[in-house]
Ligand binder design. Structure first.
Ligand SMILES: NC(=O)c1ccc[n+]([C@@H]2O[C@H](COP(=O)([O-])OP(=O)(O)OC[C@H]3O[C@@H](n4cnc5c(N)ncnc54)[C@H](OP(=O)(O)O)[C@@H]3O)[C@@H](O)[C@H]2O)c1
Length: 270
């Protein structure tokens, strides 16, 4: 516990964050917030323009390092990490946030799409988070976080590939925490409910308790500041789903089937 205190985030400190999925939605809003809080933020995503926009809008343009890349390209991730370390330093916090969602009915399960979802949401997140571990261990401090989802808590209809990728990321981060915390490295899993972003704007079903990307960024920041193992929000939805995790399978299935009836025509999940 004493060790972990070294990793706590301090505002106006110039501490270094590396964030993927920074070009849109939750990642873009979080990058803006971290910049306002006085962090230096290395931002990654495939699209360059939004990253340039972040740099242009930052209180200090030197506080943004643009590292455009495709997170599924392992070499590109490794090169970006080296650039970050040589231009700035070993990051204090790494957040694997990039993610995609592809709607798929069970009748149309497609291996290529399942692979794509899991490559971006799970394997690329593991790959990014693994990169700084040796350096953080050597330094004796650091913080790793990944954006999973409340959708990863338990099985859901019409979302097998997405749910599996998020459940995997939750399990990965929960396990890493055991191994890394004794060495001064904090690990958090971030599980948002519905957030208004391009990812959810195609959804054609009701999204209870949906919040803005800015509110999502604030919830993440509050959780990171406290080094919480799990940062989940909004509580009205996340606590309900946590409770539902405890239910026996038959009851859970009946409740979810009833609650999501007619939604199979909709698209995408959270
Ligand atoms: N919105 C929600 O309700 C919700 C709820 C729970 C969890 N989440 C999770 O939150 C994270 C952010 O989602 P969002 O809602 O903010 O969606 P979004 O607005 O669509 O943002 C997704 C981000 O991921 C990046 N990305 C996707 N594929 C990439 C790739 N191959 N390489 C590099 N970057 C890639 C995108 O950048 P480029 O396209 O520029 O590459 C974009 O910056 C995701 O992991 C998502 O699963 C979202």
């Amino acid at each position: 516990m004493l060790n972990i205190m070294k990793t706590l985030l301090r505002e106006k400190s110039g501490q270094v964050v590396w964030l993927s999925g920074a070009s849109s939605g939750i990642g873009f809003a979080l990058a803006e917030l971290l910049l306002q809080k006085g962090f230096r933020v290395a931002v990654s995503a495939r699209r360059r323009e939004p990253l340039q926009k972040l740099a242009a809008g930052a209180p200090d343009s030197g506080a943004v390092l643009q590292l455009p890349l495709d997170v599924t390209d392992r070499e590109a991730l490794a090169t970006a990490y080296q650039t970050l370390c040589s231009q700035w330093q070993v990051p204090d916090l790494v957040i694997a946030n990039a993610g995609i969602s592809i709607h798929m009915e069970a009748a149309d399960l497609d291996y290529a799409k399942l692979k794509q979802i899991n490559e971006v949401n799970l394997l690329a997140a593991m790959s990014m988070l693994q990169l700084p571990v040796q350096d953080m261990l050597q330094r004796g401090s650091g913080y790793l976080a990944g954006v999973a989802s409340v959708a990863g808590y338990r099985g859901l209809p019409h979302a097998a590939g997405y749910v599996a990728s998020k459940a995997g990321l939750i399990a990965f981060l929960e396990s890493l925490r055991f191994d890394l915390e004794p060495h001064g490295i904090a690990v958090s899993v971030i599980n948002p409910g519905f957030v208004k972003t391009p990812l959810t704007e195609r959804n054609r079903f009701p999204m209870p308790f949906i919040i803005s990307a800015e509110a999502s960024a604030r919830a993440i920041w509050r959780g990171l500041k406290k080094g919480r193992m799990e940062i989940h929000y909004p509580p009205a939805l996340s606590l309900l789903l946590k409770f539902m995790r405890l239910l026996p399978y038959p009851l859970y299935h009946v409740l979810v089937r009833t609650g999501t009836k007619g939604r199979h025509q909709g698209k995408v999940e959270n």
